[in-house]
Ligand binder design. Sequence first.
Ligand code: PGA
Length: 244
Amino acid sequence: MKYFFSNWKNYLSVEESLKMAENIAGLSKDNVRQVLFPSHLSVLSVKDMLSKSEIGLGCKGFFEEKKGPYTGQVVLSDLVEYGCRYALVGHSEVRKYNQDNDETVSKKLSLAFDMGVVPVLCVGESYSVREGGDAVDFVVSQTEKALKNINSGRVFVAYEPVWAIQPTSFDVGKDDIEDIVVEMYKFLSGKKDLEFDILYGGSVNSNNVDMIMSVEYINGVLVGSASTKYSEYASILEGVSKYL
Ligand code: PGA
């Protein structure tokens, strides 16, 4: 099975999310699992729109505590009630804007497992880390810290180099990805009871999806900006489906 996960971030309004979900609800490929991660306030309407579709639903973020006096936060149990079965954890934008760190990321992963939600752990280095030649160690260590309490169960790990996420002026190439993904795979394989798939995210679009899917050990993509446009969405799905 291959995976096409789309992170709509806050690109689309509730109405636009609904329209987009309506347009893509009929798209399906036997060998590709599609999951949408819309804005929090779009989750419920998108869920209704997907009721007859095979496309899954996830949330793009949640608070690390279960319930309580946390004004301004969104707790996972509410998102689960609204139909989310997957959750992004540790996305670089949450690390940047919401002060997520290795500790909160690890806590969120455990919470997701407790609630039966499949986590999509996002890891990736900044441009300065890459320039310094430490990208492999940084990404493996970030993965290790996040999964320190997780040894079994189902998880997706998305390698998302921060410098390659839109808007960016850098183009990503196969050479930028390969070595890191091999090391991630080795580390994850060491957790014998963990069921995992590695995804790639960062400026994926219809032109580069083929190059990305051809990288060994990559079983899918996590797409932001390009996945919010119907024609790009449909072409990326087509691209992912060519890989069996
Ligand atoms: P992008 O975002 O495809 O817009 O670069 C990917 C992500 O942040 O998940």
